[in-house]
Structures are given as C-alpha cells and as structure tokens.
Design a protein around this ligand. Structure first.
Ligand SMILES: [Zn+2]
Length: 296
C-alpha cells in the first residue's frame, strides 16, 4: 500500500503531502479501520503485514524505521502484544500509543466450565480476540476516531463523519450476520476451531466454542485433553471442525478422521491476510453457515 502510494506520488499524480497525519498499526484490522476513518488525510503504516502472527510478532528496527514520523501507534491491546513495554520505550514521547482494546469489554481467557471439562489451561487472564465481536469493532471505531481527532484537530470533523458512515456499514454487517446465522438450527450452533480465537463471536452470536488449541496458537492438547474434546464434540453432535487460514495443525486432520466430523473451510482467526474487516467477517460467516446451516 505504502509502495503504491509512493509510486503514485513519484508519478506526480498525488502530492507527497496529501496525508496530513502518519500513524502506525500493529494489527492489520486496525489498519483497515484507521484507513476508513482517516481517508486520504491519514497515512497508515501497517507494521505486521498480511502474513504476520499477532501473537508472536515483534517489530524489528527496520519496521520501526518505516514508521518514523508516526504520531500514533495503534495496537489491539488486551495483552495480545507482549512486546508493548519495549515498543513504549522505543517511541518514548515521540508518539502516542493507543491500546484500542483497553477500554472494550473483555471476556475471560477461558470459559471456566468448558476449560474444566476439557482439562485446558490457556494461561491467559483475558481473551485478546475482541475483533470477532462486531459490536466491539464498532466501539473501536470511536476510539480510533478520537485518537486521530486529538492528533489532528483540524480534520476531526472529517474523521467523525467517516466514522459515522463506517459504523452504519458495521450495523449492516451485523444485521447480515444475524440473518445468515438464523439459517443454522440452534442446536447446531457449535463452533469447533483450531485455536481459541472465536469466543467473542460465539458469545455475540449464540454459539458454543470448542477450540482444539489454546488462545495463542501454540498450545496443543495432550492425549487426555484430546479425548475429552472428542467426547465433547460427539456429545454435542458438532457438524464441522474449522481449520484456520493462518494455521492448520495436524491434530485437526486426526480429529476429523477419528470422529468422522467433516473439515469446514478455513476461518480467518487473527485478522491477518489482505482482507478488510468486513470481508473477513463475511468470509468467516459464509464458511460457518455453509458447513452448519440447513441450506446447503
Ligand atoms: Zn489468535
């Protein structure tokens, strides 16, 4: 994106000073959000990129050089970015760090009952995957908007107007999601996924979550946990297990072979890839309805 911008600028089609405010994002979905609110008045540097893993990413000095001049760094927060103390030290008082998730309602790191049944211990106090709640993403729009407005008051009106438009689109997206999910019978609303990224989605849209792994993609179940999980999936007649676009652990293949439960299309769990927020939600919901819904 930045390269395209630069190339366009060099061709003289766009003055280099077109963007009045430079910001950096450490989650691609926040990049999408900042672009939607900022329009052409904000230059957004996406430090993690489409293939990054937000659980384990850490910006390198070359990344930070690219973000030089950024006045705001947006991060997802809720404990997702373990490197925040280091980043804070690097940007010092040159920029503002905004943890977008900090004031959003958080879910606990594990569902107590489920975790106990499955014998899981995810080791997180808070589940950081708040972006799978459209309602929280709508609230995040306000947080990003006010941060941009504070950094560039002369553009505040434009930012707030863009935010209004975007929030309306999110309203539509949420309505569409509810309509789609209504095609899934209530007793089929069980979402079995690779890592535990979809608790917010499940909570908002009435699903029970059955994650195979823990919260950060690397905790694999031991044989006892796996046996408990298989029993749980069978008991609830779970119709599909969804791999992830970002990772597809071998254990899913074993699970589908052992249980006869089919493998769904991959979901986008951590918001990476080249899709916008809306496209991510649409793709995930479509895959879920395709596998669990009655209209096949
Ligand atoms: Zn995740």
């Amino acid at each position: 994106m930045f390269r395209t911008f630069l190339a366009t600028a060099i061709l003289g089609l766009l003055p280099l000073s077109a963007a009045e405010l430079k910001v950096a994002v450490l989650h691609p979905l926040l990049g999408d959000l900042a672009r939607r609110v900022g329009g052409d008045r904000v230059e957004v540097i996406d430090l993690i990129g489409p293939n990054g893993d937000p659980h384990h990413f850490e910006p390198k000095p070359t990344d930070l050089k690219q973000a030089e001049g950024a006045r705001i760094y947006f991060v997802a927060g809720m404990g997702l970015e373990g490197y925040l103390p280091k980043l804070k030290a690097v940007i010092a008082n040159k920029a503002t760090l905004v943890e977008v998730g900090a004031t959003l309602p958080a879910l606990a790191g594990k569902d107590e009952d489920e975790a106990e049944q499955a014998g899981h211990d995810h080791g997180h106090d808070i589940d950081p995957h708040w972006w799978h709640s459209i309602d929280r993403f709508r609230r995040a729009t306000g947080i990003v908007t006010e941060a941009l407005a504070a950094a560039s008051p002369e553009n505040a009106t434009a930012f707030r107007s863009n935010a209004e438009t975007y929030r309306n689109e999110l309203d539509d997206l949420e309505r569409w999601t509810r309509r789609e999910i209504s095609k899934i019978p209530r007793d089929k609303r069980h979402l079995a996924t690779a890592h535990a990224a979809f608790n917010y989605f499940c909570k908002d849209f009435g699903f029970t979550a059955h994650p195979v792994q823990g919260l950060n993609r690397e905790q694999m179940p031991d044989p006892k946990e796996l046996a408990a999980l298989v029993a749980d999936l069978k008991k609830n007649h779970v119709a599909a297990i969804f791999p992830e676009k970002e990772s597809n652990p071998k254990v899913l293949k074993t699970l589908t072979t052992d249980t006869g439960i089919r493998l769904g299309e991959p979901l986008i769990a951590d918001g990476t890839g080249n899709l916008s927020y809306k496209q991510m939600v649409q793709r995930n919901v479509t895959a879920i309805v395709k596998a669990l819904g009655t209209e096949r």
